[in-house]
Design a protein around this ligand. Structure first.
Ligand SMILES: NC(=O)c1ccc[n+]([C@@H]2O[C@H](COP(=O)([O-])OP(=O)(O)OC[C@H]3O[C@@H](n4cnc5c(N)ncnc54)[C@H](O)[C@@H]3O)[C@@H](O)[C@H]2O)c1
Length: 371
């Protein structure tokens, strides 16, 4: 199969779909790989590194989209990339379609088969291709929160860990999944007073086992969310309902009640955000204020640490890329977990949460593939 890797073009997005070590494995499986020139510059990987691994370098993204049968990316295709997709092509990348009707319509119109990293599942129900980026984003969320809590950056001027004789900052983490767990680990490591809220008691129990009594675990209700946001210095939103738009758990009214100079890091912004006052921001301009509360809503947080993120992502995606390259769409019919990644196929929406969120007809993915 001919596999293509375009350069990522979102603002300050330096990650890349395949690193040379992944290219080498695909070539060893008998596949051809084309990479857009300078695709790896942001992670200190040159065209020569790719060529040494067996890839051919092409001058433009358009060439990649024109020729490749399987396109491996990181972020969702932007408007002009979507115009280059064509029927019969497979796109494998993060899509986050539920809050993005325009992208969904374009992908349907393209006739391509679009597999979203974030909805590929494992047998235990976890999301193996969201996991590495969730780990990075969770750890970064505390780093970003600590930075914007500094007075010079507009924050309360509070040190997360305090010092002896001065109390630590209060950090509230909403959603104790992967992002939440990594955020908790870093926040506790920095000495903050951390509370996590989740609706799943098993999640709370496991976090309590993992972090002990240093972590305050609270069942998530409208009332507890209000209480722990209003008292917090830093709120990290890390809720996910797979494939669906994030629920608006923090209302504007709650934001009005929060301290001026406190910080909300809405990691779930890629699914629309779980705060009513959240809107996506970029690494160039990551924050804005609502009622004095700093909102950090960068939709591609792991893009801030591209080498770490790219290698972590490639470690997770490579087995799936190899399977898709070896077997094409047949691989989806043989693996229910990979099939769950199919969001759009030949104009049909094949993920129920995406169809529900956007009001499109839902097609069973196996049925859509067999037509
Ligand atoms: N902005 C970024 O760059 C970036 C990067 C990675 C992940 N994310 C996003 O972060 C979010 C979290 O990802 P994850 O991997 O941790 O997901 P996850 O599935 O591991 O965890 C989500 C948690 O939310 C909990 N939850 C659901 N409803 C809740 C409610 N009403 N109150 C409290 N908790 C609730 C679930 O029980 C689960 O524990 C997702 O939206 C993901 O797309 C964003």
């Amino acid at each position: 199969m001919l596999i293509g890797v375009p350069k990522e073009i979102k603002v300050r997005e330096y990650r890349v779909g395949l690193v040379p070590t992944s290219v080498r494995e695909l070539v060893a499986h008998g596949h051809e790989v084309i990479v857009e020139s300078n695709a790896g510059t942001g992670i200190e990987v040159s065209d020569t590194h790719y060529q040494d691994a067996g890839a051919s370098i092409v001058a433009s993204a358009q060439e990649v989209f024109k020729h490749a049968q399987l396109i491996v990316k990181v972020k969702e295709p932007l408007l002009y990339e979507r115009k280059w997709l064509h029927p019969g092509q497979i796109l494998f990348t993060y899509l986050h379609l539920a809050p993005d009707p325009e992208q969904a319509s374009d992908l349907m119109a393209s006739g391509a088969s679009c597999i979203a990293y974030e909805t590929v599942t494992s047998d235990d129900g976890t999301l193996p291709l969201l996991a590495p980026m969730s780990a990075v984003a969770g750890r970064l969320s505390v780093q970003a929160g600590a930075y914007f809590l500094e007075k010079a950056h507009g924050g309360l001027g509070i040190l997360l860990g305090g010092v002896s004789g001065v109390e630590s900052a209060k950090v509230t983490v909403i959603g104790g999944g992967l992002v939440g767990m990594h955020a908790i680990e870093v926040a506790l490591g920095m000495g903050a007073a951390v509370t996590v809220l989740d609706r799943n008691n098993a999640v709370l129990l496991n976090l309590r086992k993992q972090f002990g009594h240093r972590l305050n675990t609270v069942f998530s209700t409208a009332e507890s969310i209000k209480q722990y946001c209003i008292s917090a210095d830093l709120v990290i939103c890390a809720v996910l309902i797979t494939g669906a738009t994030a629920p608006k758990l923090i209302t504007h009214d709650i934001v009005r009640g929060m301290k001026s100079g406190s910080v909300i890091v809405d990691v779930a912004i890629d699914q629309g955000g779980c705060c009513e006052t959240s809107r996506p921001t970029t690494h160039d301009s990551p924050i804005y204020l609502v009622d004095g509360v700093i909102h950090y809503c960068v939709a591609n947080m792991p893009g801030a640490v591209p080498p770490t993120s790219t290698y972590a992502l490639n470690n997770a995606t490579l087995p799936y890329v190899l399977t898709l390259a070896d077997h094409g769409l047949q691989a989806l019919l043989e693996d229910r977990n990979l099939l769950n990644g199919l969001n759009v196929h030949q104009g049909k929406v094949t993920h129920h949460a995406v169809a529900d969120a956007l009001g499109f007809t839902y097609w069973d993915p196996a049925l859509a593939l067999s037509q």
